[in-house]
Design a protein around this ligand. Structure first.
Ligand code: CA
Length: 683
């Protein structure tokens, strides 16, 4: 009887979903996370006819990073502030919205905007996580909340921006926060009721207390001196995972140390496991199986949380099961995913922190000149990495990995007076002093050196095959398809289709706002769609731009879906806020300005931009109007605008310090040519 009922349901299901429907049901398309689709109705011969099928406005200009999930003709997307939308995948009509009502002031704990990279789906439920640390299960049809569980200790500045992954009856989620100071871990919860099944810590806690696992005890042997557990230690799993069902291994990518500076974190040296590593875990019980550490003793924010792809490659005549990653540190790694053995590693962007990876030891050979213990050092890649979270794609047709690559530089300096400050950034690196070079020649060099490109990389020969050059970093994630196509959105507001084997640009459309999210594709009722969430944001535009930045101020985000012979695309043109800048008569005394500059770069630059140059997402404070200046103390200390995410900073700043910051902001406005009467469209 039960089987009979099930087969009726199956028949109804098949009747509703055309057999040719091919949807996007998992974050990376499959557990291997290759983001390569077999669909080829849209291909190199007809992609020039692509037009808009529908779009959906998210009504916010904060960072948009979602990978949509498409199941049973419904598209599930996440948006800033961890909001989940269910949309009709053919028409874009809104089916339901779930707003988890995150505490807006929690935005202060987010290093890189209140972004979310996507939901997960299984058996009629949609799962997603919130910036304030909750994991939630929703009914896929109605959007009703089924369960919700807090995954973090709210005494520490944890945030969640990543997409959960599902293995059987387990839903797995990590978190972020290593810039401010947290201890990394991932947790598996029961999909049914949200109860905790296991937790894997990536770094040791206080060695005077019992260790949670043998793996953590072994890791503690590689930390020495210092009190890393008071700062947190880091190693957060804030983005990528992959799963090999046959080997029953879950792969996680771990982040940088808390604080960044290893001389403070672990002054006695050591590799500081399992920072900046790929770790293989048994998903049944959360036990460690193997690890490969990309940056032993990381001191540069070189996370290995970047996208990981599983495939098989023929290496020296032998078919190997590999895991591939291009982490922030600039090396492209091919690792045997059965045992963690390094197969090859070559740099995919220029770098000066290491000369190469020694194939005998599997370790990078560091360049002593980038050791910043004695003197500040100019290092490439910088903290934004040679590649950040934006997903890659691996086409088994071309054999190429498509990497959203970038070149960035940064000056790191040792902070000998470092002490942990709750609620502040705790990097142990003097980023408040070295945010942007002061002398014009060095500044021009940094400006020239900060670029981006889409890189087509042969993972077997470890060589570049082609590149599409962009003026600036921070372009979007990548999709490749069997139509010999690669799709990518750019930080300067274009959505582009390239010929996958040659790199020739075949189609390009002006979107009018930056794109950082990865595209996906699906086919329903015989029609193939290409979908991408547009909207600028994330780390790079928050920490600001360079003086010569070709800015593309963020506008309200949109889900944009394309099909052959669709409508003409209208670029977003409306600026969000137009202010009349006002420059009050504040102190121009050099010592006040200098104090304000220091405080600004300790606490404000991470959202409002280095040198008070905004990247276009959050307000450019040089253009504050008269009311904003008159209420400056109320905003910064009193939390007048906490409901927008601008939390009170009265725990970190005094009235005098805040006034100094305001004087510095006004001074910067004057220095960069802003005048009181000038109307602005910069924001
Ligand atoms: Ca980091």
């Amino acid at each position: 009887m039960k089987n009979y009922a099930l087969s009726i349901i199956a028949v109804l299901f098949v009747a509703q979903c055309s057999q040719s429907d091919i949807e996007w049901t998992k974050h990376g398309l499959s557990d291997a996370e290759e983001r390569f689709s077999q669909l080829q109705d849209i291909n190199e011969n007809n992609v020039s006819k692509l037009g808009l099928a529908w779009s959906f406005d998210t009504n916010t200009n904060r960072g948009h990073e979602t990978t949509p999930i498409v199941v049973d003709r419904t598209m599930y997307i996440t948006a800033p502030w961890s909001v989940v939308y269910a949309l009709d995948a053919i028409t874009g009509d809104l089916k339901w919205t779930h707003d988890p009502q995150v505490e807006r002031s929690w935005a202060r704990n987010a290093c890189c905007d209140v972004v979310n990279r996507g939901a997960a789906y299984q058996n009629g439920r949609v799962y997603s996580a919130t910036i304030d640390g909750r994991l939630i299960a929703l009914d896929a049809i109605t959007g009703d909340l089924i369960w919700e569980t807090l995954t973090i200790d709210k005494d520490r500045p944890y945030t969640i921006t990543g997409a959960p992954r599902i293995i059987g009856n387990k839903i797995i989620i990590g978190n972020g926060g290593a810039e401010l100071g947290v201890r990394g871990y991932i947790t598996a919860y029961d999909t049914e009721d949200g109860s905790e099944l296991w937790r894997f810590y990536t770094v040791p806690g206080d060695p005077n207390l019992p260790f949670e696992s043998e793996a953590v005890a072994a890791a503690a042997e590689t930390w020495s001196g210092g009190k890393w557990w008071e700062y947190g230690g880091g190693g957060t799993v804030w983005d990528s995972m992959a799963y090999d069902k046959e080997l029953n291994l879950l792969y996680i990518g771990t982040g940088n140390g808390s604080p960044w500076n290893r001389y403070i974190r672990s002054p006695g040296g050591g590799d500081n496991l399992y920072l900046s590593s790929i770790v293989a875990i048994n998903p049944d019980n959360g036990e460690y199986v193997w690890h490969y550490q990309t940056t032993p003793g990381d001191s540069w924010d070189y996370t290995a949380t970047q996208h990981m792809i599983l495939t098989e490659l023929e290496i020296n005549g032998e078919l190997r099961k590999v895991i591939m990653q291009a982490p922030k540190n600039g090396f492209f790694y091919v690792v045997d995913r059965t045992n963690g053995e390094l197969i090859s590693a070559e740099n995919f962007v220029p770098m000066n922190w290491a000369t190469h990876v020694d194939m005998e030891t599997g370790r990078p050979v560091e360049n002593p000149a980038t050791n910043y213990f004695e003197n500040p050092a100019l290092v490439t890649p910088g903290p934004l990495g040679g590649h950040n979270w934006q997903p890659m794609s691996y086409s088994s047709d071309t054999g190429l990995v498509y990497i959203p690559a970038q070149e960035t530089v940064f000056v790191y300096g040792n902070d000998p007076d470092f002490s942990y400050t709750k609620g502040a950034w705790n990097t142990g690196s003097t980023i408040e002093l070295t945010y942007l070079p002061k002398d014009p020649a060095t500044l021009a060099m940094v400006d020239q050196a900060t670029i981006g490109y889409l890189l087509a990389w042969d993972p077997v020969s470890q060589k570049e095959v082609w590149r599409a050059q962009y003026k600036r970093p921070w372009s979007g994630g990548v999709l490749s398809t069997a139509g010999n196509l690669v799709f990518q959105g750019t930080s300067d507001g274009r959505f582009i289709a390239y010929q996958a084997d040659s790199g020739t640009s075949l189609w390009e459309v002006e979107i009018g706002q930056g794109i950082i999210a990865p595209p996906i594709t699906y086919k329903i009722d015989g029609i193939q769609y290409i979908a991408v969430q547009v909207g600028y944001g994330g780390a790079y535009p928050l920490v600001g731009g360079l003086p010569s930045e070709n800015k593309n101020p963020a506008k309200n985000g949109r889900m944009m879906v394309f099909k052959l012979n669709g409508e003409k695309v209208e670029a977003a043109t409306k600026d969000l806020i137009v202010t009349t800048p006002y420059l009050p008569n504040l102190s121009e005394e050099a010592v006040i300005i200098a104090k304000g500059e220091l405080e600004y770069h300790e606490h404000c630059q991470f959202c409002h931009g280095a040198g008070v140059i905004s990247g276009g997402v959050l307000p450019d404070l040089r253009y504050l109007d008269e009311t904003s200046h008159k209420t400056f103390l109320g905003t910064v200390l009193g939390g007048m605008h906490a409901n927008t995410g601008m939390a009170a900073f009265k725990d970190l700043l005094t009235i005098e310090q805040t006034e100094n910051i305001q004087a510095y902001i006004v001074n910067q406005a004057r220095l960069t040519g802003v005048t009181t009467s000038e109307a602005s469209s910069e924001q």
